[in-house]
Design a protein around this ligand. Structure first.
Ligand code: DGL
Length: 248
């Protein structure tokens, strides 16, 4: 059985890339819901329905485990999927993981002020704030929405992105950040641009760097899932809207 990776679009590919680098033996199936992106401005109900549809598809394609490599879907739909939908579905023995909990675990021992840059729906879900409250309630969390970034990244429009980034980062910088979480998987591609803007005193957390280690330790603790995974080192990419990416 395979590991499924799901995102609305390109963001999940950055996660897939580092998973394949660090955990190359597994077989991966990536699904990008390019027909419906961006998710960041959709309603909770829409995000839930689209995410369930994608997960069902990945399970039907023989995935034992699906990683929702999308902060927006993780923040708006994951809890309901894990607690209500999955146990009642015909896939009750499979697993669905998100990206927010592992990110919060990675950052939880930081000190000072943690900034979150994310889509509208990730920010207004307050999912990061709630997770940090459980693990380290002393940390001060500040959030900033960046609704234009994911659509610009999807359009390959990176030339003009610096000024947009500067605009979104300025309010966070004014608050005196110590750590900045790139709370949308699409922003992995902006890692070095963002580091340049915020400077070396701010630790920038990009989820493509932390998820392979987190998945490895999850699989180590869950032999019932790991033992079901096939190990041929393959990868398949699928999108819901054909012809918009040229991926070999
Ligand atoms: N990559 C997604 C995330 O991590 C969302 C981008 C979008 O579809 O708005 O939130």
């Amino acid at each position: 059985m395979k590991i499924g990776i799901f995102d609305s679009g390109l963001g999940g590919l950055f996660i897939l890339k580092t998973l394949r680098q660090k955990l190359p033996k597994y077989d991966y199936l990536f699904l990008g819901d390019t027909k419906n992106l961006p998710y960041g401005n959709k309603s909770q109900e829409q995000i839930f329905r689209l995410t369930v549809k994608a997960i069902e598809y990945l399970f039907e394609q023989d995935c034992a485990l699906v990683i929702v490599a999308c902060n927006t879907a993780s923040s708006q739909a994951l809890r309901k999927i894990q607690q209500k939908w999955l146990p009642k579905s015909k896939f009750a023995d499979r697993r669905v993981l998100g990206v927010i909990r592992p990110t919060v675990e990675t950052v939880s021992s930081s000190k000072g002020i943690v900034g979150i840059l994310g889509t509208n729906r990730t920010v207004d879900s307050r999912a990061y704030i709630l997770e940090f409250k459980k693990i380290n309630p002393r940390l001060k969390i500040v959030q900033q929405t960046a609704p234009l970034l994911a659509p610009m990244i999807e359009a390959g429009n990176l030339d003009k992105i610096d000024s947009v980034l500067g605009h979104y980062l300025a309010p966070l910088q004014k608050k005196g950040l110590n750590t900045l979480i790139l709370g949308c998987t699409h922003y992995c591609v902006l890692d070095s641009k963002i580091k340049k803007i915020v400077g070396t005193k701010v630790k920038v957390i990009s989820q493509d760097k932390l998820l392979p280690g987190k998945l490895k330790s999850y699989l180590g603790k869950h032999p019932e899932i790991e033992s079901q995974l096939s190990k041929n080192g393959t990868m398949r990419l699928e999108v819901t809207k054909k012809g918009i990416w040229k991926v070999k």
